[in-house]
Design a binder for this molecule. Sequence first.
Ligand SMILES: [Zn+2]
Length: 86
Amino acid sequence: MQEFNRIRRLQDDCPSARTIEELLLRAHKYPQVFRDFELHLLTCTRCGKIVERIRLFYGILERELMEKADPKIVQFVKALEADMQS
Ligand SMILES: [Zn+2]
């Protein structure tokens, strides 16, 4: 969470791609940090591109899971999600 605080402090500074991904996945847990990041997104094309890439990735992942779900992959992703929400 240290990096989240850094986002709040340095509003013009870009977080890492990893932090952005965590921010998106945990937006429900840190709504204020997420709102601050949304404001940052309005002026930052670099972070906007990263968000687009992450959305694309999760979109593909979701479609894959809906179509031909290999039980092993489903289990793997569910474990990942549970891990992210803890
Ligand atoms: Zn940025």
